[in-house]
Design a protein around this ligand. Structure first.
Ligand code: ADP
Ligand code: MG
Ligand code: ZN
Length: 481
C-alpha cells in the first residue's frame, strides 16, 4: 500500500465471550451450538419483572484478564443501561459498564519492526451479549435465537496506539494466547467468541492531531483484519487527496469483495441515554478475589517455552510450535506425564498432528486423541511394534477417533513383522522373481536395491521391519558377489 506522506492510527475494540458455564445475569447455559432458544429464561429474554443476578465467575474472569494486561482493577465498579431497540436485544437495553468499568489503564507489549512497543489498554468492561438474528432471504423472514443473549462479554478498548496492520495482528495473537492460557475464553473469531472492531484514521505525517476515524466491523479472521486495515487506509487517503473529508461512520467489511460498505453514521453516547442500572448493586472485587487470581495465574507462553526447552529438553523450534496453542500444551504435558519421551511426543505433534489440523481446518481443541492412547502409541512406535508407515495410519485414526492403538493394531493385524526367518523367505522369493534387478545391483546400480526392498515390503503387506528387510536383502545379495 502507498502511504507516502500519510500515516495511520488504529485503536481496537475487542469483544470476548467468557467461557463461564452460565450466563452473566441468569443460570442459563452458555453452551455454543445448541438448538435455538433452548438456553433461555425470563431474565435473558427480557420478561417483565425478571431480575438479574451477577455471575461471580464472570467478574473473576474479567479481573484476571485485566491483571494479565497490567490494568488497574477497580475495587468498586458499576453497571449501566445502554438503551436501544433491536430485535436481538429483548430488554430494549443492554446491561454494560459505561461510567465505571472493572479495569482501566493497562498495556500490552508487542514486537514491531522498530522494536518493542506498549499498546495502551484504556479499559476493560463487562457486558451481556445480544441474541443472534438469522435472516432467510429466500423466504424473506428473520429468526431470532436468544441462546447467546446474556452470555458474558468483556470489551477491551485500546488506545489508538497502532501504526499498521502488522502491529494489530501481533497484538491480537498475543492477546488471544494470554486469554486462552488464562482459560477464560476460547477466542474463536470464526465462532464469534472473539470479535474485533477496527477504528482507523489517517493523517499527514507532520500533523500532530489524529484524523477523523471510521469503525469497521464484521472481521472474521486475522487475515481479514489485515486486509481491511490496508484497504480502509487507502480509501481514506484517496478521499483526502481528492479534497474530501472523512465521515465518522461505521463500516462493514466484506471479505469476499475485499471492500467495506457504510453501515450507519457513528452513534454517540448521548444516543443511548446511558443511566446506572437500578436492578444491580455495585460490583466489589475484594482482596480474596485478587489473591485467588494471583494464585491461579497460569504459566504464560514464554514461561512454558523455557520449561519445555530447559526441563523437558525439546528443541526451541518444537516448543514454540506447541505453545502456540494452549490445548496443544495440555495434550503435550499430559502425555509426557504418562510416557516420559518428550521429544518423541513433540515430533508427532509438530509433524503429523499439525498436518492433519491444517487439512481438517481444526483447532487443537478439536483433537479427539486422549493422552492415554497417545502415550501408548508413542511407546509402541519406539518399541518397534509397528513400523513408521503403519504408525502414520494408526496415528491419524487415533487423532480423529481416539481409538486404542494396541487394540486397533491387534485387530487389524498391523504389527511389524520382525520374524527373521519369514522375511528371509520373502527375500529369497523376491530375488528369484527379479533376476534383472539383481543383475543391475551386482553391476553397481545401487538404485536397484530400493526396488527390491519395495517388492519385499509389498509381499509382507507393508508390515515388515524395513531395517531388517534391508539387512537381510543385502546379506543375500552379497553372498555370491
Ligand atoms: P467511542 O466510545 O465513541 O466508540 P472511543 O473514544 O471510545 O469512541 O474510541 C473507541 C476506539 O477508537 C478506541 O479503541 C480508540 O483507541 C479508537 N480511536 C479513537 N479516536 C481515534 C482516531 N482518531 N483514530 C483511530 N482510532 C481512534
Ligand atoms: Mg466504543
Ligand atoms: Zn436465562
Amino acid at each position: 500500500m502507498r502511504m507516502n506522506e500519510y500515516k495511520m492510527d488504529i485503536g481496537l475494540e475487542i469483544h470476548i465471550e467468557l467461557s463461564t458455564d452460565t450466563k452473566i445475569f441468569c443460570k442459563c447455559s452458555t453452551q455454543f451450538g445448541c438448538e435455538p432458544n433452548v438456553n433461555t429464561c425470563p431474565v435473558c429474554t427480557g420478561m417483565p419483572g425478571a431480575l438479574p443476578v451477577l455471575n461471580k465467575q464472570a467478574v473473576r474472569y474479567a479481573a484476571a484478564v485485566g491483571d494479565a494486561l497490567n490494568c488497574k482493577i477497580n475495587t468498586i465498579s458499576k453497571f449501566d443501561r445502554k438503551n436501544y431497540y433491536y430485535p436481538d436485544n429483548p430488554q430494549n437495553y443492554q446491561i454494560t459498564q459505561f461510567y465505571t468499568p472493572i479495569c482501566e489503564n493497562g498495556y500490552l507489549e508487542i514486537d514491531t519492526i522498530d522494536g518493542k512497543k506498549n499498546i495502551g489498554i484504556r479499559e476493560i468492561h463487562m457486558e451481556e451479549d445480544a441474541g443472534k438474528l438469522l435472516h432467510n432471504d429466500l423466504k424473506n423472514v428473520s429468526f431470532i435465537d436468544y441462546n447467546r443473549a446474556g452470555v458474558p462479554l468483556i470489551e477491551i478498548v485500546t488506545m489508538p496506539d497502532f501504526s499498521n496492520g502488522d502491529e494489530v495482528t501481533c497484538f491480537l495473537e498475543k492477546l488471544r494466547l494470554i486469554i486462552q492460557y488464562l482459560q477464560v475464553s476460547d477466542c474463536k473469531l470464526n465462532e464469534g467468541s472473539m470479535r474485533v472492531d477496527v477504528n482507523l484514521s489517517v493523517r499527514k505525517k507532520e500533523c500532530e492531531e489524529l484524523g477523523t476515524r471510521t469503525e469497521m466491523k464484521n472481521l472474521n479472521s486475522f487475515r481479514a483484519i489485515k486486509r481491511a486495515i490496508d484497504n480502509e487506509a487507502s480509501r481514506q487517503i484517496e478521499v483526502l487527496k481528492n479534497g474530501g473529508i472523512i465521515d465518522m461512520e461505521t463500516r462493514r467489511w466484506d471479505d469476499l469483495k475485499e471492500e467495506s460498505f457504510v453501515m450507519r453514521s457513528k452513534e454517540e453516547a448521548k444516543d443511548y441515554r446511558y443511566f446506572p442500572e437500578p436492578d444491580l448493586p455495585m460490583v466489589y472485587v475484594d482482596d480474596a478475589m485478587l489473591k485467588d487470581i494471583e494464585l491461579s495465574k497460569p504459566q504464560f507462553r514464554h514461561e512454558k517455552n523455557d520449561y519445555y526447552i530447559n526441563e523437558l529438553k525439546i528443541p526451541e523450534y518444537d516448543a514454540k510450535l506447541i505453545t502456540l496453542d494452549y490445548d496443544m500444551t495440555v495434550l503435550f504435558e499430559e502425555t509426557v506425564k504418562i510416557c516420559d519421551k518428550p521429544k518423541n511426543i513433540s515430533n508427532w505433534l509438530i509433524g503429523e498432528a499439525n498436518r492433519i489440523l491444517k487439512e481438517k481446518e481444526w483447532d487443537a481443541c478439536d483433537i479427539k486423541m486422549s493422552p492415554k492412547n497417545f502415550a501408548m502409541f508413542v511407546n509402541m512406535v519406539s518399541e518397534g511394534i509397528i513400523n513408521s508407515n503403519v504408525a502414520k495410519v494408526v496415528f491419524e485414526k487415533m487423532f480423529l477417533e481416539d481409538i486404542n492403538p494396541e487394540k486397533y493394531v491387534e485387530e487389524n493385524g498391523l504389527k511389524q513383522n520382525s520374524d527373521g526367518e519369514m522375511i528371509k523367505k520373502i527375500v529369497q522369493d523376491v530375488i528369484n522373481d527379479n533376476e534383472q534387478s539383481v543383475r543391475d545391483y551386482k553391476a553397481g546400480k545401487d538404485k536397484a536395491i530400493g526396488y527390491l526392498v519395495g517388492q519385499v515390503m509389498k509381499k509382507a503387506a507393508g508390515k515388515a521391519n524395513p531395517k531388517l528387510v534391508n539387512e537381510l536383502l543385502l546379506e543375500e545379495l552379497r553372498k555370491d558377489m
